[in-house]
Design a protein around this ligand. Structure first.
Ligand SMILES: CC(C)(COP(=O)(O)OP(=O)(O)OC[C@H]1O[C@@H](n2cnc3c(N)ncnc32)[C@H](O)[C@@H]1OP(=O)(O)O)[C@@H](O)C(=O)NCCC(=O)NCCS
Length: 184
């Protein structure tokens, strides 16, 4: 109980959040790494996909929290592609960057690599995109700071993500119509 009281006191004693102040992609870009051990194995002796999924959700949430300075919840795993196996003894790294923000939501792009630390060989093993929603003190969605491009490369990333979101929304509307049996 004391533990929760301490956490609550810490949360309520922080300065008010200024969500009008935008941040660049670089501001919240994060990489987290872990050496894969026996507890990470699946029945084939490779790294279990669920281990990688958990690492992705945790690392990508850090990006959303750093950008918004808020607690966040995972709203959607928009993509998760496993491209190659990771092996026990590999260092799995989860590289995450914010690519798009809405009013209260944030889309994080993720690239997962596995490195054999004995040879230095690095493989791209998975990619994902995860959407988080920032929550206020009452657990309700709350506005997040704008994503401000720091350079031309960041501008291109944000523009690509904006177009992707537009197309995803259109696709979702079409799929919803199909499910209702209302397609032409
Ligand atoms: C995510 C959640 C907070 C959204 O609540 P809501 O009442 O639907 O909120 P709103 O309709 O106001 O939508 C808020 C934002 O979330 C986005 N959103 C909501 N559901 C979404 C989904 N399934 N996929 C993508 N975005 C979603 C909306 O587009 C909106 O974005 P915007 O403000 O940038 O335009 C709510 O559905 C929830 O709590 N889900 C459970 C989260 C959870 O437990 N995650 C697992 C553990 S962390």
């Amino acid at each position: 109980m004391e533990l929760f009281d301490k956490a609550k006191e810490r949360a309520t004693s922080r300065p008010a959040i200024d969500s009008s102040q935008g941040h660049t992609i670089a501001y919240s870009r994060t990489t987290s790494s872990r050496l894969m051990g026996v507890l990470d194995a699946n029945a084939n002796g490779n790294v279990h996909g669920g281990v990688i999924m958990r690492m992705v959700d945790e690392a990508a949430a850090v990006v959303a929290i750093k950008h918004s300075h808020r607690n966040v919840v995972t709203a959607r795993v928009e993509r998760f592609d496993f491209l190659a196996p990771a092996y026990l003894g590999d260092v799995v790294s989860v590289h995450c960057e914010l690519q798009y923000v809405g009013r209260t939501s944030m889309e994080v792009g993720v690239r997962v690599t596995a490195e054999d630390p004995l040879t230095g060989e690095v493989r791209h093993v998975a990619s994902s995109r995860v959407i988080y929603v920032a929550l206020d003190e009452h657990g309700k969605p709350t506005p997040v700071p704008p994503l401000v491009p720091g350079d031309d490369e960041e501008r291109a990333i944000i523009e690509r993500a904006r177009l992707r979101r537009q197309r995803m929304q259109k696709l979702e509307e079409e799929l919803a119509k199909l499910e209702e049996g209302g397609s032409e």
